[in-house]
Design a protein around this ligand. Structure first.
Ligand code: 87F
Length: 518
């Protein structure tokens, strides 16, 4: 991997102010502004990522490893996605609620089978002040065990169904491997939906309705292409019946990343937590359940996919500031007139519903401001100088491709709106081209190994046997981590009779995506 990159991209990175990390090339920091990034995305992706999230003012490192401060620039992105998703689930008659952060050990244990594997990641509160708690209390890593005892209490008859709840909250998973801002942190924000139905058919339908919303969060808001599909038996949520996901891909590292999951839990939890109801015939029946979540990981994927050597690149639909207006005064030109034009430009755009701000600070040069707002990824920059003032125009510069255009004030709103739509689409198109260029269809083991070495997203015919996936994992284990299935895409290419599994040579049942992953 280029530039001595560590196993996973990101990592703890720089913690203090300005200290130099060992390994990886350092670029000259821009003389004029002092704002340039030290690392290039293609040369040292991990360090580049850490630097971008900090200098872009999204994250601040914290003195507890794996915990990060989410700054306002991050929260506004989270809120933009939240606003969309929350409104959509309300259309599906899902209601918001809030359950406690703490879980009692007895309830947590109730669900032994699947909790066992996750147990090392559960954080416990053992003291209050200096005294030991009589019974230690767990902090939720997810809320099945917190919520389902009450589902059992609240669901009595078929008229109590469906029960469809969601909560926006934080969860804690005490990860030990390579913490990375947004991607793998010990505390993160998410929404978790937990629903219960009388029939499997209703549950099945909702799994896909939610998955479609996740696709839209990624594709329409974050401008990131995702693949919808089903997880293998090995990779599904062990407590459930089947798991669907949206999968994204990071071309720089050649790793897949699970974007969000929508699970059908079947009746496993209903059995454990005795979530029963009296059906229309008066007979006792068990509910069918789903659970689904997306987290602040989405934001990390966005940074990794769109960011460049100048910093963050924010899709207009999630950017807190879509247009930054910068005055460019010149010698004895009419400075007040230029500043007034900046303010009135912001007012005009704001009235039209565009998120615009002016940077009128007098202690920074225009050049410094350009770099600063580029680093923060603002989609459009408007520059207003003496010539613009004289011509009743503004100069507009795109963050994504640096294209410049002069716009007459008379058509400002219309053209800025168009440009924001164009940028949103262009980010998606470019990301899709890059992702698609990494997809490699293979049919043999040799082709598979070659593609893996080239950091490809591999589509291969598979026999769908768990032992074979375990074997592939074992045979590809190394410094960079093992290769596994990412998903079996719902959209399947033709599978001609007689096609064999790339790994076992047995008859193939499906095409699946394989790759290293986060
Ligand atoms: C860590 C510690 C304890 C993941 C854990 O995906 C338990 C768990 O159950 C655990 N890490 N999981 C699986 C979470 C499954 C499911 N929960 C609701 C979701 C969607 C939201």
């Amino acid at each position: 991997m280029a530039g001595g990159q560590t196993k996973k991209a990101g990592g703890e990175g720089k913690k203090g102010g300005g200290e130099t990390k060992k390994g990886g090339k350092k670029k000259e920091v821009k003389k004029e502004t002092g704002l340039g990034l030290s690392y290039k995305k293609d040369e040292n992706f991990g360090e580049w990522y850490s630097e971008v999230v900090v200098h872009g003012e999204m994250i601040e490192y914290y003195d507890i490893s794996g915990c990060y401060i989410l700054r306002p620039w991050t929260m506004s992105i989270w809120e933009a996605m939240q606003e969309f998703f929350d409104a959509e689930i309300k259309k599906l008659k899902i209601k918001n609620c809030y359950f406690p952060l703490f879980v009692s050990p007895t309830v947590l244990q109730k669900e032994k089978e699947h909790v066992e594997g996750f147990a090392p990641e559960v954080a416990w509160v053992t003291k209050s002040g200096q005294s030991d708690l009589e019974v230690p209390i767990a902090i939720r890593p997810t809320s099945e065990t917190v919520m389902y005892p009450y589902y059992s209490k609240w669901i009595r008859g078929h008229r109590d169904l469906p029960l469809k709840l969601n909560q926006w909250c934080n969860v804690v998973r005490w990860e030990f491997s390579n913490p990375t801002p947004f991607i793998r942190s010990r505390e993160f924000l998410w929404q978790e939906g937990h629903t219960a139905f009388a029939t499997k058919a209703e549950a099945d339908e909702e799994v896909l309705d939610i998955l479609e919303l996740y696709r839209r969060v990624y594709e329409e808001y974050l401008a990131i292409p995702v693949i919808k599909g089903k997880k293998s038996e090995l990779e599904k949520f062990a407590g459930g019946l089947y798991t669907t996901s949206v999968e994204a891909f990071i071309p720089n590292t050649g790793r897949g990343i699970q974007g969000a999951t929508s699970h059908c839990l079947g009746q496993n939890f209903a059995k454990m937590f005795e979530i029963n109801f009296e059906d229309e015939k008066g007979e006792k029946a068990m509910v069918w359940q789903n659970s689904w979540a997306y987290s602040t990981r989405t934001i990390g994927v966005m940074v990794m996919v769109h960011g460049d050597d100048k910093g963050l690149v924010l899709p207009p639909k999630v950017a807190a500031v879509q247009v930054i207006v910068i005055p460019v005064p010149f010698k004895d030109a009419d400075t007040q007139g230029i500043f007034d034009a900046c303010t009135s430009t912001v007012n005009t755009l704001t009235e039209a519903g565009i998120h615009a701000e002016a940077d009128l600070r007098d202690n920074y040069s225009p050049g410094w401001k350009y770099s600063h707002w580029e680093l923060k990824g603002v989609p459009l920059r408007i520059e207003i100088g003496p010539r613009d003032l004289a011509n009743s125009q503004v100069r507009v510069v795109r963050r994504d491709n640096s294209a410049k255009v002069d716009i007459p004030m008379a058509s400002l709103v219309e053209q800025v709106k168009d440009l924001l739509v164009t940028i949103q689409k262009s980010l998606y198109d470019v990301a899709t081209q890059k992702r698609d260029a990494c997809i490699q269809k293979v049919t043999t083991w040799d082709e598979f190994i070659e593609a893996l070495g080239q950091k490809k997203l591999i589509l291969a015919p598979w026999c769908d046997e768990e032992e074979v996936e375990k074997d592939v994992k074992a045979r590809t284990k190394g410094e960079m981590g093992a290769c596994k299935t990412l998903c079996t895409p719902f959209e399947q290419p033709d599978l001609p009779e007689g096609t064999l599994c790339f790994a076992s040579g047995k008859p193939a049942k499906k095409w699946s995506y394989w790759g290293r992953s986060y």
